[in-house]
Design a protein around this ligand. Sequence first.
Ligand code: PEP
Ligand code: MG
Length: 890
Amino acid sequence: MTVQRVNPFRNGGKEHIELLGGKGAHLAEMTKAGLPVPPGFTITTEVCRHYYSSGCQLPAGLMNEVLHAVAELEREQNRQFGSAERPLLVSVRSGSVTSMPGMMDTVLNLGLNDDTVEGLAQLTNNRRFAYDCYRRFIQMYGSVVCHIESIHFERVLQKEKNLAACADDGQLSEASLARIVQDFKRIFEQKTGNPFPQDVKKQLQKAIEAVFSSWSSPRAKVYRKVHHIPDNQGTAVNVQSMVFGNMGDSSGTGVLFTRDPSTGEHVMFGEYLMNAQGEDVVGGTRTPSPISELEAVMPDVFGELSACARQLELHYKDMQDIEFTIETGKLYLLQTRNAKRNARAALKVAADLVNEGLITKEEALMRIDVQHLNHLLHRSIHADADHAVMAMGLPASPGAACGQVVFDADQADEWKRAGKPVILVRMETTPEDIHGVIAAEGILTLRGGMTSHAAVVARGMGKPCICGCEALMIDEERRLLISGEFAINEGDWLTIDGGSGKVYSGQMELKEADIFPELLLILQWADQIRSLKVLANADSPLDARKAKEFGAEGIGLCRTEHMFLSPSRVPIVQQMILAEKESDRQQALNRLLPMQRCDFEEMFEEMDGCPVTIRLLDPPLHEFLPNVEELTERLTKLRTDGDTAGERMELERMIRRVRELQETNPMLGQRGCRLGIMFPEIYEMQIEAIFKAALRSIQKGITVLPNVMIPLVGHVNELYLLRKLVDHVADQVLGEEIRNCPYKVGTMIEVPRAALTAGEIARSADFFSFGTNDLTQMTFGYSRDDAEGKFLSHYVENKLLPNNPFQVLDTEGVGKLIEMAVIQGRSRNPMLTTSICGEHGGDLESIMFCQRVGLDYISCSPYRLPVTRIAAAQAYIRMQWELQLQEAAV
Ligand code: PEP
Ligand code: MG
């Protein structure tokens, strides 16, 4: 079935999502399934792309096709567009391919003018309702199409509510609404210089253009950037016959999630408002009722809604987020989409759907957003922390956050840039606040429900959020947040718990997240499926324990220099570096040896039966010494304060030595294996410590698998030489026990020359571990310490680079070197083990690449392990699916 550029809902389906957008595709899908959807049509994303490529013009002939489709709606609905007899009204809504809640514009009740409003009043026998629709339409059209700030309309509305002494729009009388319409039209004319348009065809064209234009609104652009949605995807526009939730007490509108989007519980969750239109629910201007209460109010409608919800879940095999309207007791569905959910709910829903037999484990794993899962390791308030609760709101998105109160999005953004953690506090958020929401640690709104904009967006980002905290008040003038005896100034600290809805004044101690049953189950599935092994970068016995807890299958990188950094060890390391005589150096090394041995022994014990990859000293030696400025300052002070000759001489010697060791380009200098070759006694001590630890562990019955890793090799001769040293020391230390210690010697591949000559190097290596931090640094020639602060962010923002290559592996350049090194290395040494241990090991796209080139394992920091295990499973599944597709194509 082909999709037309103006495509009726009865045509197409979810397979046409690229053209119809999410909303259009699912409306078509629901229409085909016989669900109660008001008829309408979709203008495709292709038209949107044309609109932009032709300087914001609709394609020639499009409006004729639109009017043709409207004529069809007229026939179906037995109404006329623009007629005072039985006027047809439509909604005009955006609908992008990837859901972007609230980021683009909508116009409801289109088709009203001074004549049709009277027709609507007669048709419905409800003049109050007709004028309510008209005032809503003028406001929406005014703000969406003509960019009139809503505040001008809101002021009029508030004035009328004050006059009528009512709090709620729904209580306004027909006369008030008629006055509001007159005032709104006057505002429209004042602001635009033209009367409110009475030609409904013109209204429709302008609304369609405005919705296409909203694709490039600042908030939509920011949202796309954060969610990596391509700018050329475009939005579709859906034009649909209106149904009315504001037709009186047997009408209403609501949002329904088929499961709880915060916990994943299999219970219907949502909110509704009687006598209201959709924007009232999502906009958070009135506080809605929980969906469970609808059962008592309208049992039949509730029953039908529950059945539709079940049908849609079975159809999509996923949790749905459904918008509905009840028009004088009849249910209509206006939208369904896969529901946004927080990371915890995502895991629970995925696990439950597998257990309910709806999806496979592979499908469940592929549905986990690993980026999002990172947020799962949500913080909570430390159990011991004791503070008075200042107020209580709706627990809209779990996790605790702590920050300084800020009352507007710009300020939030500014403070965040200045390094301050902030809590954004607003009456309610609108999509314009997106940058503030992104900047904030957490969000607190005084109005709005669990499906309000703030709640949906915060949940989508995994940020703590509390909504509808009506006990609080904002004093805009004095920049104060007030609740009873509490008065919090802007800039004061606030702690929120999005899981309980509690707000606390002050800064509270937070604690990191726990692992819970669904995560464990999904991790188990990931472990069964993935082919890439997952090891940890761990530099101490404590790290090793954490790594084991998070499922590490060994240690892929132990940076031994980190073992030198404790306050008790630094002086010995400095003594070793400053030593002028070999014997003095040896003395210091002799003191370091048992310390290293002890650490290695404990790590072998933690990792009993798993490989432990120990990298010999890597950084340049001057990194262990204070810098020259600091030393010179100390020396000056010593001279003025009076000194002992001994102290002064010691400092002078240190300064001399630092100067000797100083290099112009230390990252390219005497570090890694170069250091080991120039100071063999340092590496010898480390190797001896490794094998002495191994020996002791073997004697305790532990299975040890030590991997000795030589850093920064660029030429095979470097590795050849140092490998001989490792073999020699191992032989000496282990003696007979060498049989029980199947150690390996390998190298990091982090210098481009090593990758280019990997075949040669592989002859002396049992394993390669790609140090992609240095490999990226040296391939791009970007200093890994400076680039991000200087030019790299600019590069990424201006799309000179698709990503920061220190975060996401540059598969085209650095990746090419890796791929080549793997192929060449394996061709010379089929037993070669290959892995990655740079920061890229925790990044999904980079892991996908590791899977494609066939690495054996990934090594990453312990806290990233759960995410990496799932990402590795996803990489495997994706590769299998791609293979199946290729096979099917042949
Ligand atoms: C690397 O360069 O990728 C690496 C793991 O080593 P380091 O970050 O310690 O230089
Ligand atoms: Mg490195």
